[in-house]
Design a protein around this ligand. Structure first.
Ligand code: ZN
Length: 199
C-alpha cells in the first residue's frame, strides 16, 4: 500500500536521492514544499533548473561559475602566481571564507581513489598541468584533504609538478583525517596554510 499520493511519493523519492537526505528528512521536506505558497515553489524550481543550465566550469581554475572566468580568476588584484589545489568547490569556499589567501585556486573535482576506481584522468589534473605550462606560476599549494585519497592525490600531483621546477608545498596536517575541509574552522585552515612545507 502506498503511504502517500503518487505525486508526494515521487517528490520524496527525488529528494531522498540527494546526498545526506534520508527517507525521513525527504518526507519532511516534501510536506514542507507542499505547504509553501505556489510562488515560492516556482522560485525554488527555477533556481534548480537555472543553476543546472547556466553554471559551468571556470576556464582557468575549473570551479563552478556563471561566466567564462570565475570572479577570483578575473580579479587582477589576486596573486595569479600562486595556485592552491583543492578537491572541491566547497573547499575553495572554505579557504575564501578565511579572507586571508590572496592567490588563485585549481579545483580538481575529486581525488584519486584506486578503491573507487577514480584515476588521475577522472579529475581535472590535465587542466592544472596546462596552466603550469602556460602561466607564470611560482608556487603550487597542495590543499587536498588528509584522507587517504587526498594524500594520494597530493603525492601524485607533487610528482608531476616537481620536474617543472615550480615550488610545490603541502598544507600542514592537523586537518582531521578524512575530514571535509568545508567543516574545519578558519583558524585551523589558516594554520594549515601557514605551516605548509615543501614536498
Ligand atoms: Zn577560476
Amino acid at each position: 500500500m502506498e503511504l502517500y499520493s503518487g505525486h508526494i511519493n515521487r517528490l520524496v523519492e527525488e529528494l531522498a536521492g540527494l546526498p545526506g537526505i534520508g527517507e525521513k528528512t525527504a518526507g519532511r521536506l516534501a510536506f514542507h514544499i507542499i505547504g509553501m505558497p505556489q510562488s515560492r515553489v516556482e522560485r525554488l524550481a527555477k533556481a534548480l533548473t537555472d543553476a543546472r543550465e547556466h553554471v559551468c566550469y571556470c576556464q582557468s581554475c575549473q570551479t563552478f561559475t556563471d561566466d567564462v572566468l570565475c570572479p577570483i580568476c578575473a580579479n587582477g588584484n589576486r596573486d595569479h602566481g600562486t595556485i592552491m589545489v583543492v578537491e572541491t568547490a566547497r573547499d575553495l569556499a572554505a579557504y575564501e571564507r578565511t579572507g586571508r589567501y590572496e592567490g588563485v585556486y585549481h579545483v580538481l573535482h575529486g581525488a584519486i581513489s584506486p578503491m573507487l576506481g577514480i584515476g588521475p584522468g577522472d579529475i581535472r589534473l590535465k587542466e592544472l598541468m596546462e596552466r603550469l605550462e602556460k602561466e607564470e606560476i611560482r608556487e603550487v599549494i597542495l590543499a587536498t584533504g588528509s584522507s587517504l585519497e587526498g594524500e594520494t592525490t597530493a603525492m601524485y600531483v607533487s610528482k608531476l609538478v616537481k620536474p617543472t621546477g615550480i615550488r610545490c608545498t603541502r598544507i600542514a596536517s592537523g586537518v582531521p583525517v578524512g575530514g571535509d575541509l568545508e567543516y574545519i574552522d578558519e583558524v585551523t585552515l589558516l594554520r594549515a596554510l601557514d605551516g605548509r612545507t615543501e614536498i
